[in-house]
Design a protein around this ligand. Structure first.
Ligand code: SAH
Length: 239
């Protein structure tokens, strides 16, 4: 049995009781180092953890499958929701029905970050990852343009990383071909974790700010405005 578990953004208070109960049942927990560190404090008694390197997702799933087929109950952990840029899909692809796989959702970064910034996702929104490890950059550019033209609120995951710090400023330039630089925007770093920080700003200002791989960025639609320093996208009901 493999439970693919979303830990939520990080804090012990933001993992669901269902996720916690599944992890309690596990003989061992497999995950990327940073997520194992998030999960470790959740348990009073010792748990066995299998730490794996970043970008080794397929190996991690094969290890989880091997352990499960040897009769252990395995937890495979992702931050946020495991089905959103997480481990759920690849685990199903690797397992191919050879063991039971249960997917347990979690609070994704879009939700946790939106709540910190106010209520920017109150109406239709698009989620776009700027990671071009698995998606060609041309495709990402096309999605940014399409989302801007459709007047979606745009929520950006993986805005930058060590290898590609310029992705967010390239994305902002593309969006500003269509959207005004004054468009309200915001970012959150390490939502629910130590060192959490956030800023309400504008699309044009995003380039001048230190936004790294631990941040989620939200760019408003034409309806988004700032109220008491927080972003709000009205639900859309007419008065
Ligand atoms: N499965 C995760 C997303 C993994 S992709 C989820 O559902 O949240 C990794 C990206 O998610 C990061 O680059 C960042 O953009 C975002 N992210 C994940 N956790 C975050 C947090 N605690 N605070 C802000 N952004 C976060």
């Amino acid at each position: 049995m493999i439970y693919v578990v979303g830990l939520g953004p990080g804090g012990a208070g933001e993992i669901t009781p269902r996720a916690l109960a599944a992890l309690e049942k596990c003989d061992l927990i497999v995950g990327y180092k940073a997520y194992v560190e998030l999960a470790r404090p959740l348990f009073d008694k010792e748990k066995e953890f299998v730490v794996s390197a970043m970008k080794q997702e397929r190996d991690r799933c094969e290890e989880a499958l091997r352990l499960s087929l040897s009769g252990r109950t395995v937890g495979l952990i992702s931050s946020g929701d495991p089905g959103i840029y997480g481990m759920a899909g690849i685990m199903l692809e690797v397992a191919r029905g050879r063991t039971e796989v249960e997917i347990i959702p979690g609070i994704t970064a879009a939700s946790s970050s939106a709540a910190i910034l106010g209520a920017p996702l109150g109406c239709d929104f698009a989620v776009i990852s700027l990671s071009d490890l698995l998606t060609p950059w041309k495709v990402i550019e096309g999605r940014l343009r399409a989302a801007a033209l459709a007047d979606f609120v745009i929520c950006i995951y993986n805005p930058a990383s060590h290898g590609r710090p310029e992705h967010l400023s390239r994305a902002a330039d593309i969006l500003m071909e269509i959207l005004p630089a004054e468009r309200p925007a915001g970012w959150v770093r390490s939502a629910g974790r130590k060192g959490e920080s956030c800023r309400v700003t504008t699309l044009g200002e995003l380039k001048n700010q230190k936004i790294d791989m631990f941040c989620t960025v939200i760019i408003g639609s034409s309806a988004t405005y700032v109220i008491d320093g927080r972003l709000v996208t009205p639900r859309g009901y007419r008065e």
